[in-house]
Write a protein that binds this ligand. Structure first.
Ligand code: PEP
Ligand code: MG
Length: 624
C-alpha cells in the first residue's frame, strides 16, 4: 500500500529508488558494490568470518569458568545457532549475490530486516532476542574488519568500491545521521536521503545539500514506516516521501525527474557567464566546501572563489587522531592550488553544537548533555580553549597562503576579548613560522557574524577585521532561539523574521560603508527565494553550495539592484516581510519586463559566453 511521509525539503529534485535502511549504530559500515567477478570472493569473506566467529564462540564456551552464571553457555549456544541460521546466513549471501552489496552492508541490511521482525513479535521473550542477533552481527562485522587489517598487514589490498552501479538506484533512510557520518556518504552509491530528525539548516542537512541529491529531513517516522528494499520516491522540492508509489504516481515523478534534469542542463549553460545584474552590478558567487576535493566541483560550477571551507570536517571521523599542522597545510594548499589564483576562505574549526568530532548524532547529543550544546564550547570558543591547536591551524593556513590568496575566517566571534585573543594568536603563529624559517603568505582576517551581539556591535569588529561573512544559519538560530537541528521547532525557524532582516541589513550596510568585504555564507545565500532581498540590502558577495550557483546566477541576471533597493523599505516595514517581498517582486517583474529591460536576459540564458572566468582570471579580478 502506498503511503506518504512528510518532512522538510533539504535538497531539490526527485529521487526514485529502493530504500536502504541504516540504523544509526550501523552508519559507519562501508557501503559499496562488489564487481560481478568478485561476488563469490565476497561470499567467501562472509563464510570465513562466520567460521572464525563460530570457533571463537566455541572456545569461549569451553573456557567458561565453572562458577559462571548458567545463562552464559546457553547464550553462546543461541549465538552459535543464530550464526548458522538461514534467515541470517543465507539471506545475507542473497544481498551479496543479488544486489552486489559488500559483506558488511549485506549484514547490516539483513540485521535491519530481522530487527523489524523481532520488534513486531508479541512475545516479550522472543522480542528481546533481537539483542542476540545484534551481538552476532556485531561480532561478524568486527571479524570482517580484523580480517581486512590482517590482509593489509600481509600486503594484500582490502576490497574496495567497484564501478558496478547496481541494478536499481538506492536511497538511504535513517533515523538520524551525524554530520561526520553524512560526510562518508559523499560520492557514495545513494541517490537520495531521508532522515527522521533534523532541521533544514542542521549540519547533516547541509552536507546532504552539498551532495546535490534530493533529500528530506525531519520526517519523524520514515525509518519506522519504510521497509528495507521498498520502492521510495523522494520529492526534494515538496519535502515528501512516497513509499511504494502506484504506477501512475511513479510515472508522474519520472516525468518530473526528467524535467528537473532538463532544467539543470539549461542552468548549467550559465556556468561561466559573469554574474552581472541588469544595471551592471558585478556579483561575486563563491562556493562553500567541506573537503579539499570539493574545490574541483566549485570550479566546475563556475564559482569565483571559495567563500567558506568548513575546515572542521577534516577533524571528523579521526578516532581522536586529529590532523597535525602538516596534514592541515597539505589540505589547505591543495584547495588553494586547485582554485588557481581565486580567493580561498578557510574557516577555523567550528566544532561543537551538532558537529562533534566523534559520531554522535544531534539526538544522542541532546540526550547525552542536558545543557544546550549550541550555546556551549563551540567554534572560536573551542579554538581559544585549545590555544596550541588553534595556532597550529593558523600556521597551516598561513603556510598555504604562500600558494595563493587565503582569507582566514573565524566563526562565532561575539566578544572584544575574543577579537583580541584571535589577533594575538595570528600574530604569534606568524612569528613562530618566521622563527622557524618557514615560508608563509599574506592573509586577510575575517569574522563570521552569526551571533546577534556581533551584528549589533559590528562597527567595533570592523576596526579589527579585513572582512566579515554573515552566517545566517546561526544568526537565525541565535536571534530566534530556535535549535536549527531540532525538527520540532523547525516551523519557527524563520529567515524572514523582521529581527533577522534588521540584523542582516545593519551588518551589510555598516560593513559596506566601512569599505570591508561582506558576504553571506549561510544557506540563505544559496536559496533563490532570498536573492533579491540580499541584493536590495546591498550584498554583492554570496557563498553557497556549488550546485546552487547556477540558479542564483539566473536570479542575479534578472535583477535590477536599483529597483530592488527602492522596494526594500516597504518589505522591512511589513508585518510579514516574506509575503510583502513576494508581492512587490511580482509587480516589479511586470514593470521590468514591460520596460524591456529584461530583453538582455534571454541572450544571457540562451548563449552564455564561452569564457571561463575561473581560468582566464576575470573571476579573480572581480573577486579581488
Ligand atoms: C552559518 O551559521 O550560517 C554558517 C555558514 O556556518 P555553519 O552552518 O557551518 O554553522
Ligand atoms: Mg555557523
Amino acid at each position: 500500500m502506498s503511503i506518504q511521509v512528510f518532512g522538510m525539503q533539504v535538497s531539490r529534485g526527485v529521487a526514485i529508488g529502493r530504500a536502504v535502511l541504516v540504523a544509526s549504530s550501523r552508519i559507519d559500515v562501508a557501503h559499496y558494490f562488489v564487481a560481478a567477478d568478485q561476488i563469490e570472493a565476497e561470499v567467501d569473506r562472509l563464510r570465513r568470518a562466520r567460521d572464525t566467529v563460530a570457533t571463537e564462540l566455541a572456545a569461549l564456551k569451553l573456557d567458561m569458568p565453572a562458577d559462571a552464571p548458567a545463562e552464559l553457555p546457553a547464550m553462546i549456544d543461541v549465538h552459535l545457532m543464530l550464526l548458522h541460521d538461514e534467515t541470517l546466513a543465507a539471506a545475507t549471501r542473497g544481498w551479496v549475490r543479488e544486489r552486489h552489496y559488500n559483506a558488511e552492508w549485506a549484514l547490516s541490511a539483513q540485521l535491519e530486516v530481522l530487527a523489524r521482525q523481532f520488534d513486531e513479535m508479541e512475545d516479550v521473550y522472543l522480542r528481546e532476542r533481537k539483542a542476540d542477533v545484534e551481538q552476532v552481527v556485531e561480532r561478524l562485522l568486527r571479524e570482517l574488519a580484523r580480517s581486512d587489517q590482517r590482509a593489509r598487514a600481509g600486503g594484500i589490498a582490502p576490497p574496495s568500491p567497484r564501478d558496478f552501479a547496481g541494478e536499481d538506484p538506492l536511497v538511504l533512510v535513517a533515523s538520524d545521521i551525524s554530520p561526520a557520518d553524512m560526510l562518508q556518504f559523499k560520492r557514495s552509491v545513494f541517490t537520495g536521503f531521508v532522515t527522521d530528525v533534523g532541521g533544514r539548516t542542521s549540519h547533516t542537512a547541509i552536507v546532504a545539500r552539498s551532495m546535490d541529491i534530493p533529500a528530506v529531513v525531519g520526517t519523524r517516522e520514515a525509518s519506522r514506516l519504510i521497509r528495507q528494499d521498498d520502492w521510495v520516491v523522494i520529492d526534494g522540492d515538496a519535502g515528501i516521501v512516497v513509499v511504494d508509489p502506484s504506477p501512475i504516481v511513479l510515472a508522474e515523478y519520472r516525468f518530473r525527474q526528467r524535467q528537473s534534469e532538463l532544467e539543470r542542463a539549461r542552468l548549467d549553460r550559465l556556468r561561466h557567464t559573469p554574474a552581472v545584474t541588469l544595471d551592471g552590478e558585478a556579483i561575486e558567487l563563491l562556493a562553500n566546501i567541506e573537503l579539499p576535493d570539493d574545490a574541483a566541483t566549485a570550479l566546475e560550477a563556475g564559482a569565483v572563489g571559495i567563500g567558506l571551507f568548513r575546515s572542521e570536517f577534516l577533524f571528523m571521523n579521526r578516532n581522536g587522531n586529529l590532523p597535525d599542522e602538516d596534514e592541515q597545510f597539505e589540505a589547505y594548499r591543495n584547495v588553494v592550488v586547485a582554485m588557481r589564483g581565486l580567493p580561498v576562505t578557510i574557516r577555523t574549526v567550528d566544532i561543537g553544537a551538532d558537529k562533534t568530532l566523534d559520531r554522535m548524532t544531534p539526538q544522542e547529543l541532546r540526550h547525552e548533555h542536558s545543557l544546550n550544546p549550541a550555546l556551549g564550547l563551540r567554534a572560536v570558543r573551542w579554538s581559544l580553549s585549545e590555544p596550541g591547536m588553534f595556532r597550529q591551524q593558523l600556521r597551516a593556513m598561513l603556510r598555504a597562503a604562500a600558494f595563493g590568496p587565503v582569507r582566514i575566517l573565524v566563526p562565532m566571534v561575539a566578544h572584544m576579548s575574543e577579537v583580541r585573543a584571535i589577533l594575538e594568536s595570528v600574530a604569534r603563529a606568524r612569528q613562530q613560522l618566521q622563527d622557524a624559517g618557514r615560508p608563509f603568505g599574506p592573509v586577510a582576517l575575517g569574522a563570521m557574524i552569526e551571533v546577534p551581539a556581533a551584528a549589533v556591535v559590528i562597527d567595533r569588529f570592523l576596526r579589527h577585521f579585513d572582512f566579515v561573512s554573515i552566517g545566517t544559519n546561526d544568526l537565525i538560530q541565535y536571534t530566534l532561539a530556535i535549535d536549527r537541528a531540532d525538527e520540532s521547532v523547525a516551523h519557527l525557524y524563520d529567515p524572514w523574521h523582521p529581527a533577522v532582516l534588521d540584523l542582516l541589513r545593519h551588518t551589510i550596510v555598516r560593513a559596506s560603508s566601512a569599505a570591508r568585504h561582506v558576504s553571506v555564507c549561510g544557506e540563505m545565500a544559496g536559496d533563490p527565494v532570498f536573492t533579491e532581498l540580499l541584493l536590495a540590502m546591498g550584498l554583492r558577495s554570496f557563498s553557497m553550495h556549488p550546485a546552487c550557483i547556477a540558479s542564483i546566477k539566473q536570479r542575479v541576471l534578472r535583477a535590477d539592484t536599483r529597483h530592488l533597493a527602492a522596494l526594500l523599505p516597504d518589505v522591512l516595514a511589513a508585518d510579514e516581510p516574506g509575503v510583502a517581498a513576494r508581492d512587490l517582486l511580482a509587480r516589479t517583474a511586470q514593470r521590468v519586463l514591460s520596460a524591456g529591460a529584461a530583453a538582455a536576459l534571454p541572450r544571457a540564458l540562451e548563449a552564455p559566453t564561452p569564457v571561463d572566468g575561473a581560468r582566464d582570471g576575470t573571476g579573480a579580478e572581480r573577486a579581488a
